[in-house]
Design a binder for this molecule. Structure first.
Ligand code: SRM
Ligand code: SF4
Length: 533
């Protein structure tokens, strides 16, 4: 660690405990913790270091841990889903799973004494939880219909896996990248609709063609032909935090797919060795870019790469509105379809997970995918099996044609399990959408995102209507409330929404939302629609 990595005197508590013992050291202590029990464990190991292996102590439900997996590109097999289901099943009412806003899954109710067995089961089917929390790179997102979509520009699956393998030493843990100044998000878009929210990642790759130059060029662009060549424009520094939210900015770099892994490594090395570590509220990549300017940052990345970067392509290929993948769609493979099922607020129970695994095997190829909207996609359903698939009873709950608010609803964990939460989110979000859909008719989906606190895990800034938990006052009482965000635009010309109203008590929210939906999104009161009709 060099310059901005600080001296011992100015180290914050997180840097101190990381310096005392690397989080990854915990890998060798799981058996010991299982025997010891959570109450007798060293608190720093329990509350923080366990996150290096994806195990999160939940102060809201002490003794019942959460486990965060890694799902590169959001893809898993039916076998893996069944193992996840078995794990949560053993915890009865305490066990459930949540699909996350990073195309990933988290399991709940986990007991520390079961960890050795759980890790063995994960290992046997190629699942890993390593480096999924704290100062590590989070799940790497890719196009949820990669390899299926006839219009895709690049199949992101292999590349996402390669980056994860580099970062995690093929899932075993990699001390090279286990002590970053802060969390770090990476996304690769492969289609035309920016299905990964590239703009809110610390490092993102978006499809872009570059005109051939006919010569070798000076950078890592390699041999150029005259025809346009496919590559990615690179964005850096996007992030949300309680203090500050920024969309990613261009690095002014264009890279070939085969150079993406090396660029990820170089950017992470620069962040690891120079990123600010004194104040955790100012440790994300954008703070380093602020301090240096993007030119110096780019030059440091080039120096790590040992090669010059080519300037960005003049334009990227994100020119579609964002798709939600809910419904049934033809694949590029003749005779095959993918089905996107809406999983309300991403919550799954063991029996749902077994059933999803069964459907994926019986009707598809056994593959299951997650989206950043907390839904699932089952690919490779043949034309001949489609009609029977559509009669499956699971589709009554996990619909391919849900209501236009339900369809786009996203919610973070909230107060049920998260101690940062200022409000309950998931159950409240579902009840609110149900009430609004009962009273209103819609012509288009409206994307409503709930997030329980300013950390913004539910991404209210990308929503049509974003609701951020807060505490508010009414009649001398403190109540659960929300700040309302609007104007988030996804897909083509993505930009972040901003806060338009503060401190609406949750108990008064329904009429406020109803009004917003009527005035801004063309919703109509059912009563009125009937009269006009
Ligand atoms: Fe998050 C911390 C849940 C996506 C910004 N996030 C947390 C913790 C770990 C806090 C905690 O220990 O309780 C939450 C765990 C609650 C629980 O029990 O589930 C939590 N974050 C989530 C998930 C599960 C929300 C969801 O319901 O989908 C998402 C897991 C993604 C994954 O699979 O890894 C999740 N979190 C995000 C995103 C969205 C994204 O990545 O697109 C963001 C904003 C984007 C970003 O990070 O730039 C996000 N989470 C945060 C922050 C603020 C980071 C900062 O720089 O200050 C925190 C707090 C922190 O890290 O100190 C946080
Ligand atoms: Fe918890 Fe806040 Fe993140 Fe919601 S936004 S999961 S309440 S940290």
């Amino acid at each position: 660690m060099t310059d901005t990595a600080t001296t011992t005197t100015s180290l914050n508590k997180f840097e101190k405990f990381k310096a005392q013992k690397d989080g990854l050291a915990i890998r060798d202590e799981i058996e010991k913790f299982a025997a010891l029990g959570w109450e007798a464990m060293d608190e720093t190991d329990r509350d923080h270091r366990l996150k290096w292996v994806g195990v999160f102590f939940r102060p809201v439900t002490p003794g019942k841990f959460m486990m965060r997996l890694r799902m590169p590109n959001g893809i898993l097999t039916s076998n893996q889903m069944r193992v996840l289901a078995q794990v949560v099943q053993r915890y009865g009412d305490d066990g459930c799973a949540d699909i996350t806003t990073r195309q990933n899954i988290q399991l709940r109710g986990i007991r520390i004494e079961d960890l050795p067995d759980i890790f063995n089961r994960f290992h046997a089917v190629g699942l890993t939880t390593v480096q999924s929390g704290m100062d590590n790179v989070r799940n790497i997102t890719g196009d949820p219909v990669a390899g299926l979509d006839a219009d895709e520009l690049y199949d992101t699956r292999e590349l996402v896996q390669q980056i994860q393998d580099m970062l995690t030493n093929k899932g075993e843990g990699n001390p090279e990248f286990s002590n970053l100044p802060r969390k770090f998000n990476i996304a690769i878009a492969g289609g035309r609709d920016n299905s990964v929210h590239a703009e809110i990642n610390d490092l993102a790759f978006v499809p872009a063609f570059k005109e051939g130059t006919g010569d070798r060029g000076q950078g890592i662009g390699q041999e150029f032909s005259q025809s346009p060549i496919f590559g990615f424009n690179v964005l850096v520094g996007g992030f949300f935090s309680a203090k500050r939210c920024e969309a990613a900015i261009p690095l002014n770099a264009w890279v070939l797919p085969e150079d993406v892994v090396a660029v990820c490594r170089a950017v992470l090395e620069v962040f690891r060795d120079h990123g600010p570590r004194a104040n955790r509220q100012k440790s994300r990549l954008m703070w380093l870019i602020d301090e240096w300017g993007v030119e110096k940052f780019r030059a440091e990345v080039e120096s790590r790469l040992g090669e010059l970067l080519l300037p960005a392509a003049a334009k990227d290929e994100i020119d579609w509105e964002k798709r939600d993948h809910i419904g049934v769609y033809k694949q590029k493979q003749p005779g095959l379809n993918y089905a996107g099922l809406n999983i309300p607020v991403g919550r799954l129970y063991a029996e749902d997970m077994f059933e999803i695994a069964r459907l994926a095997e019986v009707y598809g190829s056994g593959e299951i995918r997650f989206t950043v909207e907390q839904n699932i996609v089952i690919p490779n359903i043949s034309d001949s099996r489609l009609a029977t698939f559509l009669t499956e009873s699971l589709l009554e709950r996990f619909s391919i044609d849900p209501g236009l608010l339900t369809r786009s609803l996203v919610s973070c964990t909230g107060a049920q399990f998260c101690n940062f939460a200022l409000i309950e989110t998931k159950n409240r979000a579902l009840a609110m959408i149900k009430a609004l859909e009962e009273d209103l008719t819609f012509t288009n989906p409206v994307r409503i995102h709930w997030t329980g606190c300013p950390n913004s895990c539910g991404q209210p800034q990308v929503a049509d209507i974003g609701l951020m938990g807060t505490k508010t006052r009414k009649n001398g009482k403190t109540l659960e409330g929300v700040d309302i965000y609007m104007g988030g635009k996804v897909g083509k010309d993505a930009h972040l929404g901003t806060c338009v109203t503060k401190g609406i008590p949750c108990e008064d929210l329904q009429p406020v939302l109803q009004d917003l939906l009527i005035k801004n999104f063309g919703a109509k009161l059912k009563q009125e629609a009937l009269l006009v009709g």
